[in-house]
Design a protein. Structure first.
Length: 240
């Protein structure tokens, strides 16, 4: 069973990806930082579908903690076939009043997390000659920019650039690297948005579902997606 690490998979899009991947025969490794109960619930769902339900706990913004946890898991259970870099935070404010701490927290989690998670994983994939899959979750904000989200847009745009460069490096190893850029998806992060106002900006006039993002992620994890790399795939109901 091919192991796939999904960061931030206790809730929301990450959980949906973990469960969908398990339903398609992958062994989803659950990662969380703060909510153990949510991670346990996701792991139980994975186990019900035949996976081991392994749980890892670390802060993706903490390089040493990420390296230690990932290296220990690989040593104990073997290399990953795939990674979905999903963990992230948003901390919005108009730029003139954006706090230093808001900039730092978002960049260190959403952008530095890409490096911190993937750095200890890529070389083992290469050494084991795994024709693996790497997916980085970006955002519509990283593609077009969004008012009040200069920090988040910068981080998510940075993820796109990093993923495209890494894809070019790993292509000859048959390891694919792609980005998914969701629009407005029904999760805890979007629960406080003015729903009707936001829907008017979406041609499909609805929010996306986490399960729809998960279906895309599972396709990119599949053998059939072996010739798709260095791409940014938007899933946003036609917003642009």
């Amino acid at each position: 069973m091919k192991r796939v690490l999904i960061t931030g998979s206790g809730r929301g899009i990450g959980r949906a990806i973990a469960v969908a991947a398990a339903s398609r025969g992958f062994d989803s490794v659950i990662h969380y930082c703060g909510n153990r109960a949510a991670a346990e619930s996701a792991a139980e769902a994975v186990r019900a579908l035949g996976g081991t339900g392994t749980i890892l706990c670390f802060d993706v913004s903490d390089r040493e903690a990420a390296r230690t946890a990932i290296e220990a898991d690989i040593a104990a259970h073997g290399c990953y076939y795939g990674v979905v870099c999903n963990a992230g935070v948003a901390d919005d404010n108009p730029f003139p009043i954006l706090e230093d701490s808001q900039w730092d927290r978002v960049l260190r989690t959403d952008l530095d997390g890409f490096y911190n998670v993937l750095k200890p994983i890529v070389m083992p994939m290469i050494s084991e000659r795994i024709r693996g899959r790497i997916i980085a979750m970006s955002s519509i904000s990283g593609v077009v920019g969004n008012r009040g989200q200069v920090n988040y847009s910068a981080a998510k745009a940075g993820v796109i650039g990093a993923a495209k460069a890494l894809a070019a490096e790993l292509a000859k190893r048959q390891i694919t690297v792609n980005c998914i850029a969701p629009g407005i998806i029904e999760t805890e992060m979007t629960a406080e948005l003015p729903v009707e106002e936001v829907k008017r900006a979406i041609p499909m006039r609805r929010f996306g579902r986490a399960e729809e993002v998960a279906a895309l992620a599972c396709f990119l994890l599949s053998e059939e997606a072996g010739y798709i790399t260095r791409q940014v795939i938007s899933i946003n109901g036609g917003m642009f």
